[in-house]
Structures are given as structure tokens and as C-alpha cells.
Design a protein around this ligand. Structure first.
Ligand code: NAG
Ligand code: NAG
Ligand code: NAG
Ligand code: NAG
Ligand code: NAG
Ligand code: NAG
Ligand code: NAG
Length: 441
């Protein structure tokens, strides 16, 4: 567009905004005498541009109302989620009858339509467009989301973790359908702080392509200077904590890196000629769910040793299970926050990254297991409710919509109650975990 066209279009924008304002004021003058304006009386579909303008400029009282309204709207109809969390048999049985029918699945075209007006999209879907507390505002979190299908699940995950001060990089696999990619792009375009990874890859399980999108997102996120921690998620995970709780936990980490590892489980068959990593780095096998600080990301992206380590990992199998954990298990590298003790996994070492139910854990699985991992369903809600973890893995929305519905209900309830001061998050279990006390300072 030429400069003149831009100027003209921006002037016509002002004009349009001005006309809109006049229309809105007229409408209000018409409606106010009939029905006194009350935010909570409106159904989502009736929300107007004027209201979102109002909410964005709101004082605390209105944020409270907004949070109440959102939690009311995400409430799962018919079922009693609170009772399911408490393990009530009746409530769980009732849920079984509606597992995949509790709400209408939201299609790609639904999202493409709704995002035509981002204001309407944010309002109707109930996004929290406020950082809520100073504590949260001062502690932005950077996320990467690896997704390949199921736009609705991705969007509900984003909604649950969304705050304006955080950053979100979404990598949509090249295998994803065109409409999924378009819908997720449209959603990202509705927020300043949500963007798609600058490069798209075709991720093949077990190879280096698993690592590439993660590194791309890290590079994209690195350009933003404010964030304190980086967390990577997939589109089949869901938070168990509110943003405020995440901030409290990560503050208690005091820079500690949370990437579990094991020396015993290393499989040398995965390395060509059974050759270990360069620089005689201690080799470990680790978790792919990472919660790391800025210094760690800086080292991974910019340090020569990390570059050579990544080069070596290209020719290994499952590099995602080694690279991240190796960096956390070699304190001689001096990366702030990394673990200084013998890097064997143990319960006492502590990790709050994921609730993940492996068959070997001995924890019962209410549904079925896929590749040894329990697919979390409604019957697992009592365990999820008690978990201290930050996120849970893994869910299939099309099979069980209740489990995500109830988690959402809890998280938006907790957000509301913590903001109102009627609920206080107990941080005691997170104090001085072994991996927090024994780290490179
Ligand atoms: C808004 O609420 C927060 C947390 O409840 C409080 O710290 C802050 O002082 C309040 N701000 C105003 C303007 O009342
Ligand atoms: C959420 O809050 C509503 C209203 O206070 C309550 O009825 C519902 O049981 C709560 N749900 C959960 C999961 O706590
Ligand atoms: C559970 O359902 C049965 C049969 O519908 C009913 O008799 C019983 O009172 C219910 N129990 C609770 C705790 O609601
Ligand atoms: C969903 O609803 C359909 C039709 O109403 C019913 O046949 C099916 O059994 C229900 N399934 C579940 C899991 O709720
Ligand atoms: C978008 O949704 C609105 C409201 O449901 C509907 O009236 C309209 O036809 C839809 N537009 C498209 C392009 O699907
Ligand atoms: C997706 O879009 C690309 C380019 O726009 C096109 O070449 C391709 O055929 C489309 N794929 C499908 C499955 O529609
Ligand atoms: C985190 O990053 C690693 C490395 O790219 C990746 O293999 C893993 O799947 C990611 N974890 C999640 C939960 O996305």
C-alpha cells in the first residue's frame, strides 16, 4: 500500500471509529432508560464493542465482575464438577453418559468466523485481558505450543493460560490441515503477544525435527526481553494451575531449571558408534517437558558448546530426550539454575513440570493407556485436583470433553477466587525442593 493509501485508510478508520462511537452513544441513550446497564446481565452473544472498551478501562470492581462472568460461562452444564473432583461416584457416573456430548465441538470454520472481529472473539470466548495482579505483570512467562490438530483444544489451552503480559509462540506442524493452520493463525492474529513460529517444520517423532520447532520458537521468543521463564507445551496438555499460581511457583524456583533426568536410563544404542556427546559432557536421558530460565535459553541458542551438542544430537535418536537434560546435568558449564547434584531422577529431587501417568508409576489410570501413558479422562479428575504439578499430559478432547470442561471450571473458579482474596494458594509444597536448593547460582 502506498503512503497516501495508508494515510487515507487510517483517516477513514478514525472516521469509522468516530461514527461507531456516535451510534453507540445513541444506542445507550435509547437503552439506558429502559434497562439500566449491567455487565453481568448480558449473554456473550450480546456483548458489544462498547462493553469491551469499558472493560479494558475498568477498575477492580469490574475485573471482578468479568472474572465472575467468565467462570459462570465456562461452568459445565448439568454436571457437578466440584463433586467429580471430590471423587463422588454418582457425579462421575452422570458424566459418563455425556462424555463427548457435554458441549458442541467448535470447528475450524467456527473460529474463522468468530475471529473476523477480534474484540468479539476475545469477549465471547472469555479471555482475561488484564494481567490481574502486579505480581503477575512483573513475571511474564514465555510459552511454546507444539500443535498439529484439534483447534478447539489448542484454543481452550491458550484461553486457560492467556494473559496479556505473557508470550506465546505456536508451531503448527506442516502435517496439520490447511483449515487448522488458518484457524490457529486467525486466533493468533487476535493477540499482540501470540504469534506463529517463523518457520514451520514437519515433525517426525524420534528425529531432530522434534527439536527444531522448539528452537525456532525459542529464537522468536528470545527477541522479547521481559520474560522470566520458558515453558513448552503441546496441544494435548492442559494447565492445573492459574497464572497467579504459576508465577508464585516459578518465583519460588529462584531461577532453578526444572528438567528431570536419569543416568541409569541412558541407552547408548541411540548414539552412532555409541559415541557420547562432545566436551565429555555427562550424558543423561531426560524429560522433554522443560521449565527453564532465560540464561538457559540464552546458552542453548548462543553458546558454542550448545551448538556442538546440538550438532552431535542431529545424528542421535530421540535428541529431545538428551539435549535439554544434558544441559541441566553439567554444572561445570555454569548455566545459572542448573542442577548441581548427581542427576539421577528421584521423587526427592522434585519436579513440578507435568502430571503424567506412566504405566510404571503404579498410579491407576481411569481410561486407557497409549504408548504406556494414561490418556486422562473424567475418572482421573480427583488425582488431577490434588496434583501439585503445573500442567497435565495428555488429553484427547474428542473422546472426553468433560475432563477439560471440569479443569477449565476449576481454573477459572480459582482465578476468580484468588483475585477476590477468598482463596489462597498454598505454596508450602514448593518451598526448597531439592532441585531448587542445589543449583548453579
Ligand atoms: C486491585 O486489586 C489488587 C489485588 O486485589 C490490589 O492489589 C490493588 O490495589 C487494587 N487496585 C485498586 C485500584 O483498587
Ligand atoms: C465453580 O464455582 C461455581 C460457583 O461458585 C460452583 O458452583 C462450582 O461448583 C465451582 N466448580 C468447581 C470445579 O470448583
Ligand atoms: C447416588 O445415587 C443414588 C441413586 O440414584 C441415590 O440413591 C444416592 O442418594 C446418591 N448419592 C449421593 C451421595 O448423592
Ligand atoms: C452422545 O450422544 C449420542 C446421541 O445423543 C449418543 O448416541 C451417544 O451415546 C452419546 N455418547 C456419549 C459418550 O456421551
Ligand atoms: C458467522 O456467524 C454468524 C453468527 O452465528 C452467522 O450469522 C454468519 O453467517 C457466520 N458467517 C459465516 C461466514 O459463516
Ligand atoms: C493447502 O494449501 C496449499 C497452498 O495454499 C495447497 O497447495 C494444498 O493443496 C492445500 N492442501 C489441502 C489439503 O487443501
Ligand atoms: C519440549 O521440547 C522438546 C524439544 O524440542 C520437544 O521434544 C518436546 O516435545 C517439547 N515438549 C512439549 C511438552 O512440547
Amino acid at each position: 500500500m502506498s503512503e497516501i493509501a495508508k494515510a487515507v485508510s487510517s483517516r477513514s478508520c478514525y472516521l469509522r471509529a468516530f461514527l461507531c462511537l456516535i451510534v453507540v452513544i445513541c444506542l445507550i441513550m435509547l437503552t439506558v432508560p429502559l434497562a439500566p446497564w449491567k455487565y453481568t446481565a448480558y449473554l456473550p452473544s450480546q456483548l458489544t464493542v462498547f462493553e469491551s472498551f469499558f472493560v479494558r478501562n475498568s477498575k477492580n470492581a469490574t475485573v471482578k465482575e468479568l472474572l465472575q462472568d467468565i467462570s459462570r460461562r465456562v461452568k459445565v452444564p448439568v454436571l457437578d464438577c466440584a463433586a467429580i473432583f471430590k471423587g463422588s461416584i454418582n457425579a462421575t457416573v452422570a458424566a459418563k453418559h455425556v462424555l463427548s456430548n457435554i458441549s458442541v465441538p467448535l470447528s475450524d470454520s467456527f473460529y474463522l468466523n468468530l475471529t473476523e472481529d477480534c474484540d468479539v472473539f476475545q469477549k465471547q470466548r472469555g479471555y482475561i485481558m488484564s494481567s490481574l495482579t502486579d505480581e503477575e505483570e512483573q513475571f511474564p512467562i514465555a510459552y511454546s505450543l507444539m500443535v498439529y490438530k484439534d483447534t478447539e483444544m489448542v484454543e481452550r489451552l491458550l484461553r486457560a493460560i492467556y494473559r496479556p503480559q505473557n508470550l506465546y509462540c505456536i508451531h503448527v506442524d506442516l502435517k496439520a490441515s490447511n483449515t487448522t493452520f488458518e484457524a490457529i493463525s486467525a486466533i493468533a492474529n487476535c493477540f499482540n503477544n501470540v504469534f506463529l513460529s517463523s518457520r514451520r517444520c514437519d515433525v517426525i517423532w524420534g528425529g531432530y525435527t522434534v527439536l527444531e520447532p522448539e528452537l525456532n520458537c525459542m529464537e522468536d521468543l528470545w527477541k522479547y526481553s521481559k520474560w522470566k521463564y520458558f515453558i513448552n507445551l503441546t496441544g494435548q496438555e492442559f494447565p492445573l494451575r492459574t497464572n497467579h499460581e504459576l508465577v508464585k511457583i516459578l518465583t519460588l524456583y529462584r531461577g532453578a531449571v526444572d528438567v528431570m533426568s536419569s543416568v541409569k536410563r541412558v541407552s547408548f544404542r541411540r548414539f552412532p558408534r555409541r559415541k557420547g556427546p562432545p566436551y565429555r559432557l555427562r550424558i543423561v536421558k531426560g524429560q522433554v517437558h522443560i521449565v527453564v530460565n532465560r540464561e538457559y535459553v540464552d546458552f542453548l541458542l548462543h553458546n558454542q558448546i550448545a551448538k556442538h551438542l546440538l550438532g552431535w544430537s542431529r545424528i542421535t535418536q530421540f535428541p529431545d530426550e538428551t539435549v535439554f537434560a544434558i544441559l541441566n546435568s553439567n554444572p561445570q558449564l555454569g548455566i545459572k539454575g542448573t542442577y548441581t547434584k548427581w542427576p539421577e531422577e528421584s521423587a526427592s529431587r522434585g519436579s513440578f513440570a507435568r502430571f503424567k501417568n506412566w504405566d510404571k508409576s503404579g498410579i491407576p489410570c481411569a481410561g486407557r493407556r497409549v504408548r504406556k501413558i494414561c490418556i486422562l479422562t473424567t475418572g482421573d479428575l480427583p488425582l488431577l485436583g490434588q496434583s501439585l504439578m503445573m500442567f497435565a499430559n495428555k488429553f484427547f478432547l474428542e473422546e472426553d470433553r468433560v475432563v477439560i470442561g471440569c479443569l477449565e471450571e476449576k481454573i477459572f473458579n480459582d482465578t476468580r477466587d484468588e483475585y477476590m482474596g477468598t482463596k489462597v494458594f498454598n505454596t508450602t509444597p514448593y518451598l526448597n525442593a531439592d532441585f531448587i536448593t542445589n543449583k548453579v547460582e
